[in-house]
Design a protein around this ligand. Structure first.
Ligand SMILES: [Mg+2]
Length: 307
């Protein structure tokens, strides 16, 4: 594996995730599109075409935390999430809002997250899997830290075992792709490596042989992981993987964001359509007036990977 290949894949993860999010944005909360009239380009929704959403915003907060504190520091990460929360994002998950609201009112994050989980022990949303990819870029050549920080970033808002295992699974899959394993081999490696509840493992393992009509793509982490495995392993390009995930509707932006991160690792930034790349944008930090574009995600990816 030559260095240019690795760089191509590293950049593909960051741009691929943000673009998947932006592609899915107009399809969020919609029913699945009919197979013969799928959306195949960036389109406007509640935001203009090419805009990323909370999935990417939280990933950016995580990335910035990793750039100043690595291995991750829970207090620093929680502080950055709360700063984002206070700026009034246009979208935020229920569990995330509950935890960050309590921290914003002065509670410690450990107490806030354990109270939220105790109040709703079955809660296992996709809020930590959707933002986990920066950890894979930071630790793409350090498997131990990769595992520890993938789990830790989940614990700050989503401590359910499926959310923790799901974050580790996605990042080990991405890391194996960056290091040159094939799509199928890296998938099987991640599935074998990560400890998880057998029900979750069988959902992921069976996803590649499922039919489109069987996909639910809800906000439940098991459905998101199923979407990602199905979309990445039943297609042959970055664009087709993201198109398939996003057109499932429902939690379209998150399904497509995580699909985009994995597909970006598989095909590299050179495999992402240039006109899509040109359309990607979003304000960061919220309220700052500063607009991030694909080039900023490229720089971020390389900074994370070498720091
Ligand atoms: Mg979103």
């Amino acid at each position: 594996m030559s260095l240019p290949d690795v760089r191509d894949r590293l950049q593909g993860v960051a741009v691929g995730a943000a673009l998947g999010d932006a592609f899915g944005m107009p399809l969020e909360f919609r029913p699945p599109r009919p197979a013969d009239s799928m959306v195949r380009n960036l389109t406007p929704g509640r935001l203009d075409a090419g805009s990323f959403t909370d999935d990417t915003e939280m990933a950016l907060a995580l990335a910035e935390s990793l750039l100043v504190k690595s291995p991750l520091d829970g207090d620093d990460l929680a502080e950055r999430f709360v700063d984002w929360y206070r700026r009034g994002p246009s979208d935020i998950g229920i569990q995330t809002a509950g935890v960050l609201g309590a921290v914003s009112r002065g509670e410690g994050w450990q107490q806030a997250v354990s109270e939220a989980q105790r109040a709703n022990p079955e809660s296992a949303g996709n809020g930590s899997v959707m933002r986990c990819w920066p950890v894979a870029l930071k630790w793409w050549n350090d498997p131990l830290h990769l595992m520890v920080d993938s789990a830790f970033q989940s614990m700050v808002t989503h401590p359910h075992p499926d959310c923790v295992a799901g974050s580790c699974f996605i990042n080990v899959w991405i890391e194996a792709l960056i290091n040159g394993r094939s799509k199928r081999d890296s998938f099987e490696f991640a599935l074998k490596t990560i400890e998880m509840e057998e029900g979750l493992r069988s959902v992921i393992a069976a996803a590649p042989i499922r039919k489109r009509r069987e996909m639910k793509n809800s906000g439940w982490v098991r459905h998101t992981l199923e979407t990602v495995a199905w979309a990445v392993l039943t297609t042959d390009s970055y664009a087709e993987a993201v198109i398939q995930a996003a057109n499932l509707g429902n939690d379209a932006d998150t399904g497509a964001a995580v699909t985009g991160a994995v597909a970006g690792a598989a095909y590299g930034i050179s495999g992402i359509p240039p006109d899509w790349r040109a359309g990607l944008h979003g304000e960061w930090p919220l309220g700052s007036g500063k607009i991030l574009r694909a080039d900023d995600f490229i720089k971020l990816a390389l900074k994370l990977a070498v720091d």
